[in-house]
Design a protein around this ligand. Structure first.
Ligand SMILES: Nc1nc2c(ncn2[C@@H]2O[C@H](COP(=O)(O)OP(=O)(O)O)[C@@H](O)[C@H]2O)c(=O)[nH]1
Ligand SMILES: [Mg+2]
Length: 186
C-alpha cells in the first residue's frame, strides 16, 4: 500500500511591522486572534500541516520581524524558501508602498524563488481602507505574481485558502519534478 509522502516546505513571511504576519500564523495554527501588538523578536517558526489523499506537506513558516535590525538575519532564511509571502496592511498605505522594496530585495537575494504570494491583510477594517483590492491585484499582476489574497487574521478570511494554495503549488511542483526525473530515466 502506498502511504504517500511527507514533505517539508520552508515558507517565509515578510512585510512592514504591524501588518499582521504573526497574527496570520496564530490564526492558522491555533485559531486565536490577539488584539495586542507584541513585536516579533528576531525570528519565529510555526508549522502548518496540509494533507491530500496521497501526500502531506508540513509548511515550515518563518516569521521575521519587519525591522531593519533583523532583516539581514532573515535574508539567510529567505534564500532557502519555497515560498515568500509579502504582507501589507490594507489600512496603511505606507506598508503597501514598501512592497516594491521587499520584492526588489527578494529578486536580489533569491531570484529563483518558486512562489511569491502578495497578501493585503486586515480586510475586516473596510472603513479604514487605504489600498483598494484592485491596486493590490494590479501590483501582483505587474510583478507576475499569480497568488494575491486579501485576508483578515481577525475574522479568519482567506487565511486557510492562502496556505492551501501554497501547499498545492508545492505538491504540484514536486510531482512535476518527480515525473521529469522518471522520464529522464526511461
Ligand atoms: N483588525 C485587524 N487587526 C489585525 C489583523 N491582523 C493583525 N491585526 C492587529 O495588528 C497588530 C499587529 O499585528 P502583528 O501580527 O503583531 O503584526 P506583525 O508585526 O506583522 O507580526 C496587532 O494589534 C493585531 O491585533 C487583522 O486581520 N484585522
Ligand atoms: Mg510579528
Amino acid at each position: 500500500m502506498d502511504i504517500g509522502k511527507l514533505y517539508v516546505a520552508p515558507v517565509n513571511f515578510i512585510g512592514g511591522s504591524g501588518t499582521g504576519k504573526t497574527s496570520i500564523m496564530k490564526q492558522v495554527c491555533f485559531k486565536i486572534f490577539d488584539t495586542r501588538y507584541r513585536k516579533t523578536i528576531g525570528l519565529d517558526v510555526f508549522y502548518v500541516d496540509y494533507h491530500t489523499d496521497q501526500d502531506c506537506v508540513k509548511l515550515q513558516v518563518w516569521d521575521t520581524a519587519g525591522d531593519e535590525l533583523y532583516w539581514s538575519m532573515g535574508k539567510k532564511y529567505l534564500e532557502r524558501s519555497y515560498a515568500i509571502v509579502v504582507v501589507y496592511d490594507i489600512t496603511n498605505r505606507e506598508s503597501f508602498e514598501k512592497v516594491d522594496d521587499y520584492l526588489n530585495e527578494i529578486e536580489k537575494i533569491t531570484p529563483f524563488v518558486e512562489t511569491i504570494v502578495l497578501c493585503g491583510n486586515k480586510s475586516d477594517l473596510e472603513d479604514g481602507r487605504q489600498v483598494s483590492y484592485d491596486e493590490g491585484k494590479q501590483l501582483a499582476d505587474f510583478y507576475g505574481i499569480p497568488m494575491f489574497f486579501e485576508t483578515s487574521a481577525k475574522d479568519d478570511t482567506n487565511i486557510s485558502s492562502l496556505f492551501t494554495c501554497i501547499s498545492n503549488s508545492y505538491l504540484e511542483s514536486k510531482r512535476n519534478f518527480l515525473s521529469d526525473q522518471k522520464s529522464l530515466k526511461t
